[in-house]
Design a protein around this ligand. Structure first.
Ligand SMILES: [Zn+2]
Length: 242
């Protein structure tokens, strides 16, 4: 048993840290000798391999891009996935090169949305063995959202409107399609009736990936430790970023 420090670390006093008040550091569990299987390992089903193309906002020959199943606090949260069932370090050179190109395109597309200052790009991989990269848009001017805690703020901020979310998804999908592949997110239909009906339309089937993948980077099932699993420490792969 390793004792954790009695007093919280300095970052709890940063303006970007989402919580205040008296905090205690959790006691760390003993390390497990054998880690539990991630999704897509051993007998565990791979959510990505099982998902049809129409669950994505854009699909190409070797890559797919998906959104959460509903709007969240950040203007855009997207996941880039390889079609092949591979982990990051196992990518052959072709896919490794394409990952670079896709990362650049997606960052640029998301950063071009209205009100987006920066795009954080993350790969944790503790929940699923199928390679997936997270793209999180930080709203312009929200200086407290800079850095490490952006993924937490995504769950704390009120969700953006359904209308705005669908417009953003369609913009990114259309941008990616400029270079190839197939856009599957469509812009929301304009409601010509009363303005109050805007955003009230039923969500379409695209950009939904089923109940299992809930909205938001924190709630996403594949990054959530299951009750009986040892806690995968998501933050382990996320050192402080400036
Ligand atoms: Zn897979």
């Amino acid at each position: 048993m390793h004792d954790t420090p009695a007093s919280p670390p300095d970052f709890t006093s940063w303006s970007s840290f989402p919580f205040e008040g008296d905090l205690r550091v959790k006691q760390l569990d003993d390390p497990v000798p054998v880690e539990p299987l991630r999704k897509g390992e051993g007998h565990r089903e791979c959510t990505a391999c099982a998902a049809p193309d129409d669950a994505y906002i854009w699909v190409g020959e070797r890559w797919r891009v998906r959104a959460m199943d509903r709007p969240t606090g950040l203007p855009m949260v997207l996941i880039l996935e390889s079609r092949s069932h591979l982990d990051l370090g196992d990518l052959p050179n072709l896919l490794a090169a394409e990952l670079g190109v896709m990362t650049v395109r997606l960052e640029k597309a998301i950063r071009s949305l209205d009100g987006v200052a920066r795009v954080h790009v993350n790969r944790w991989g503790d929940g699923s063995a199928h390679l997936h990269m997270w793209f999180l848009a930080r709203p312009y001017g929200r200086l407290q959202l800079r850095g490490t805690f952006l993924s937490l703020w995504d769950s704390i901020l009120p969700p953006i409107s359904e209308q705005q979310w669908r417009e953003n998804l369609a913009m990114v999908a259309a941008w990616l399609a400029e270079f190839g592949g197939r856009p599957l997110a469509e812009p929301p239909r304009i409601q010509w009736q009363a303005p109050s009906s805007i955003g009230a339309q039923t969500p379409g089937s695209s950009a939904n990936l089923g109940e299992e993948d809930a909205g938001g980077v924190i709630e996403a099932a594949e990054e959530i430790p299951e009750p009986d699993d040892a806690d995968p420490d998501r933050a382990a792969g996320a050192p402080e970023r400036g």
